[in-house]
Design a protein around this ligand. Structure first.
Ligand code: FAD
Length: 478
């Protein structure tokens, strides 16, 4: 591969004006961001080629809970809740300690309202408003998810909608291996590897929707060292190359140390145990049957606390009320089928079933009950302790890495920005490839930040790319 003079090399190929294939828009990655961008661009009247490196896509969007946050949708209003996007932006900023840009955060929260309604009305995605539990740090109910509460259903709806559009071509098993750029740094296309052949694909606009670098141990060790050894629960495709190509073209990156982890993945089954059982009253103990922290600050930062326990395990304990709540999640039903859930009529019986010390677990539950009844203050500062009534339930869990939240800095239209804040011509990014709103480390992650930036930036990028092509006709110069 020829490197452009003066560039870091790293996946940038000099433009020769000769291509094996051409498209108006090339999207790299067929996850939530890529498919949303493709649908939006096609709706804008341009031809779109989507490249997906996996032969059978099993991306993070498909693995997710499919929970899309938005404050101010008609679905939220129909549930009797009236709040503006500003309220969600305030929650996001509170969670990330004011680290993300206020205007950009608010912009995406406003876009989220339009996004959710567009997904339902124009794209045909089935979403239901979630009003039976709140995630940590959400001051209101504002999640919209498929009835199964799985990202697999969300991704399937997006894929169906993209495939139904004649102007969208989706090629799986085609990995983008670099960007084609002219001397002035303007992006002219993508280099792709398909069936052992390298192809130069010319494009007027390129949208990087390749997620982050959570599957790249080397990048993880460099940017997020504390979580690098942890169990990784996301897609294998997320190896960070798209971020590096942007950097090679002089793009700015931000929040590279930010990531989403999760404190409740059932072991050894590898199934997500919904955090609803914690936020609505459940708790966690370690191997000694003792609690070790306030579980409700956030599942992302709490993952490190779980990993710090003996052997890196915790046990999530809850009751029948929470078991019935969890039955609304496909993942939970899978966990039941897999034998991950133990139940017993008493604390002693549960301890025996889980291999925990009975007296210690009983004492922990007594102390928690006293805090729930208001007789004492919770030792870990948890404010919403709730009574757990027998029969009791327990699942052995560990902390895991889900995805990274740092990446290329983009503007309000999802255009990739250079260090001097001017756009890299013809280049967009979204989802895990773009810098998110999660501040630094695991603690700034606000539930929903993942799909908010994936689908939100996807919509913005697809629309802007189509608009620019239609209005400009020719490719931008740098
Ligand atoms: C278990 C789990 C639960 C989650 N639940 C939620 C939730 O309920 N709500 C929420 O907001 N967030 C959630 N998240 C986070 C959310 O899933 C992600 O933030 C979001 O899906 C990212 O979307 P994306 O389009 O950027 O990436 P992805 O959906 O991962 O798609 C990226 C695609 O790009 C492909 N790709 C990568 N490199 C290349 C290349 N060089 N060439 C071609 N293709 C390439 C990959 O193979 C992949 O298919 C969850 C994450 C996990 C792991």
């Amino acid at each position: 591969m020829t490197s452009l003079p003066g560039r870091a090399g790293n996946g940038i190929l000099a433009d020769t004006g000769r291509y094996d294939l051409e498209a108006d828009v090339v999207v790299v990655g067929a996850g939530g961001c890529g498919l949303t961008a493709a649908i939006a661009a096609a709706q804008g009247g341009v031809e779109v080629l989507v490249l997906e490196k996996q032969v059978r896509t099993w991306c993070n969007t498909a693995r997710s809970g499919g929970m899309i946050p938005a404050a101010g949708t008609r679905f939220q209003r129909a549930a009797g809740i009236t709040e503006p996007p500003e309220a969600m932006a305030a929650d996001i900023l509170r969670k990330n300690g004011g680290a993300s840009d206020r205007e950009t955060t608010l912009h995406l929260c406003r876009v989220a309202v339009e996004l959710v309604e567009w997904l339902v009305d124009d794209v045909g995605v089935t979403l239901a408003f979630v009003h039976d539990f709140k995630y940590p740090a959400h001051s209101e109910f504002r999640m919209h998810a498929p009835p199964s509460r799985t990202g697999a259903a969300l991704w399937a709806d997006l894929r169906r909608a993209a495939s139904a559009r004649p102007s969208v071509q989706l090629i799986e098993g085609a990995a983008a291996s670099g960007l084609i750029a002219s001397e002035d740094g303007a992006v002219r296309g993508v280099l792709a590897a398909r069936a052992g052949h390298a192809e130069r694909i010319g494009a007027r606009k390129v949208i990087l929707a390749a997620n982050g670098f959570a599957a790249n141990r080397e990048m993880l060790r460099r940017y997020c060292p504390e979580i690098a050894p942890a169990y990784y629960f996301g897609g294998e495709g997320n190896t960070g190359e798209a971020i590096r190509w942007g950097q090679a073209l002089g793009a700015r990156v931000a929040f590279m140390d930010a990531y989403q982890a999760h404190a409740s993945v059932a072991v050894p089954h590898g199934i997500l145990l919904t955090y609803a059982v914690i936020t609505e009253g459940g708790l966690q103990v370690n191997r000694d049957g003792r609690r070790f922290a306030d579980e409700t600050t956030g599942y992302s930062e709490h993952a490190l606390r779980v990993l710090a326990q003996p052997e890196g395990f915790a046990w999530t304990i809850y009751d029948a009320r929470l078991h019935h709540l969890a039955l609304g999640f496909d993942d939970y039903r899978q966990a039941l089928d897999a034998g991950a859930v133990t139940t017993a009529p008493t604390a002693d019986g549960l301890a025996a079933g889980l291999g925990l010390p009975g007296p210690a677990l009983a004492a922990t539950l007594d102390a928690y009950r006293a805090a729930a009844d208001g007789r004492t203050v919770d030792a870990f500062g948890r404010r919403d302790c709730r009574r757990l009534e027998p029969p009791l339930y327990g699942v052995k869990v560990t902390g895991a890495l889900f995805h990274t939240q740092g990446g290329l800095v983009v503007d309000a239209a999802a255009r990739v920005l250079r260090e001097d804040r001017t756009p890299v011509a013809n280049l967009y990014a979204g989802g895990g490839t773009a810098a998110g709103f999660s501040g630094h480390g695991p603690g700034g992650y606000f539930s929903g930040n993942g799909l908010l930036t994936a689908l939100g930036y996807g919509l913005l990028a697809g629309r802007d790319a189509a608009r620019a092509i239609r209005s400009g006709g020719r490719r931008d110069r740098a």
